[in-house]
Design a protein around this ligand. Structure first.
Ligand code: ADP
Length: 193
């Protein structure tokens, strides 16, 4: 689709704003929320329409009541995926930060949404456990939480993500800039300043 100058409210002739879902997957404390916020800030500064869907927040609201069985985790991802799909259709850049441990349901939401960039937020589990931002690894080790991803529940790493961020080796700024660059190269930022 090509719009004429000003038709879509953008300042760029011939460029339509496009929506895309940027899906951050990785272990707890790998850096999904941190990178999501950093990318959000960069995109907002460029005048993009951005929405962040954070797994922890969503579980308090849209997915309240869902647990951590495989079935509930998949349902959680499907609901987040649905919201991301609707927003993407309305030309928003959607940043999803959710562990999303199972490859099949990630593939399912990718296929539904279409405009989809997968970011594998990768740090070794030992590093994530050292960070333990929410103190959940400690609880899992103490047996207070069962079925914790990376400890006693599976995480299926993406095999062909568009972007991989090794957050134990890169700074937040390096990882965030890499993601924004990838969006630029994929022309997802057309129409933005
Ligand atoms: P998640 O959302 O994956 O559970 P968080 O973003 O809440 O993880 O926490 C990641 C932690 O790792 C933060 O304390 C962050 O400051 C730290 N960190 C160190 N290096 C990086 C990096 N390159 N990218 C993201 N986070 C990093």
């Amino acid at each position: 689709m090509s719009l004429h100058a000003g038709e879509d409210g953008s300042r760029f002739a011939g460029e339509a704003r496009r929506g895309v879902t940027v899906w951050f997957t990785g272990l707890s404390s790998a850096g999904k929320t941190t990178l999501g916020r950093a990318v959000e800030a960069q995109l907002r500064a460029r005048g993009c329409r951005v929405e962040i869907l954070d797994g922890d927040e969503i579980r308090q609201r849209l997915c309240r009541g869902l647990g951590f069985s495989k079935e509930d985790r998949d349902e959680n991802i499907r609901r987040i995926g649905y919201v991301a799909e609707v927003l993407t259709r309305h030309e928003v850049i959607v940043l999803v930060a959710a562990i999303s441990p199972y490859a099949a349901v990630r593939r399912e939401v990718r296929e539904r949404i279409g405009a989809f960039v997968e970011v594998y937020v990768n740090a070794p589990v030992q590093i994530c456990e050292q960070r333990d931002v929410k103190g959940l690894y400690k609880k899992a080790r103490a047996g207070e939480i069962q079925g914790f991803t990376g400890i006693d529940d599976p995480y299926e790493p993406p095999t062909a993500p568009e972007i991989e961020c090794r957050t134990d080796r890169e700074t937040v700024e390096e990882s965030a800039s890499k993601i924004v660059r990838c969006l630029e190269e994929g022309l997802w930022l057309a129409g933005a300043r």
